[in-house]
Design a protein around this ligand. Sequence first.
Ligand code: SF4
Length: 360
Amino acid sequence: MIRRRATRQIHVGPVPIGGDAPIAVQSMCNTQTSDVEATLAQIGGLAAAGCEIVRLAVPDMAAARVLSAIRAGSPLPLIADIHFDSRLAVAALENGAEAIRINPGNLGGPDKLKRVVDAARAHHAPIRVGVNSGSIAKDILARYGYPTPERPEALIESALDHVRQIEGLGFSELKISIKSPDVLTTIASYRLLSSRTDYPLHIGVTEAGGLIAGTVKSSVALGHLLMAGIGDTFRVSLTRDPVEEVRVAYELLRALRIRERGPELISCPTCGRTRINLFDLAERVAAKLQTMRAPLKVAVMGCVVNGPGEAREADIGIAGGLGVGIIFKKGRLWKKLPEAELLPALLAELDHLEAEYHHN
Ligand code: SF4
């Protein structure tokens, strides 16, 4: 059993973060924010995949101004990602961003930070204080050194220093992220931060890499932290279509039995016993499952050695043979079909089960 660390709760639009709220899944658009149509299309895809909060880069005033149009068409609350220019943060809030992500250290001084905090207060928007290992203030680096797994203090001190400045302005609707591209530093940093604050934490490994490297790094770091009860919202950072980030996020939550969304696919790796084109079959079934919400277990297995056993455990499953396959449903042999008919029969039954789920 995972016991969540107690944190305060804030809201990003309608989505609660922290406290007893479900761990929220976030992603970030990689469209040009000023391209409203493309950004809304991507937000739509993210929402369909289960993303609950979306972050948008706001690098210039054109991007800040179009947030009102994006806000009007977005099913997800928006976090404006701001660097260097406090005016962009104010404009983003005026144009409907539900929250902002800033690194208070690069806004240009206390007056500018105050202007941003005043705007956040006026618009009832929380602030994510985001510190990356690459952007720690020089005096803190001089005191603590570059953050490492053995000495992560610089990240924590940097973030808490910013938090104290904002608290000094009478504002406490905050969440914190302290990101590093290094897995062990990420783990050590968040563990220490979590022992020092009860603000909700946004966890993640920054610049984690492509699908394989990024998934592994994020799974190790976030898996460790989530199992320790640390983390109230997270983004899996991948050099990919952000929809993939959301899929990986839900696989991670499912693996830890924290949250489930949609069906689960169990498929074997294939071996010398496989006599059907299982890669193709599994890929097509996986694509189908991505469109579904029913919490089914679906097995796609290459042979009858482990196949029927796994398939029987599943709500529905295939075990391949030589030119044929068997389909099990709810633990019983349902059909034996030629290979070419297996996929159509399974897809039709998945449609049926999905319709049943929505009906009930
Ligand atoms: Fe090989 Fe069969 Fe196991 Fe698949 S289920 S890996 S085909 S033994």
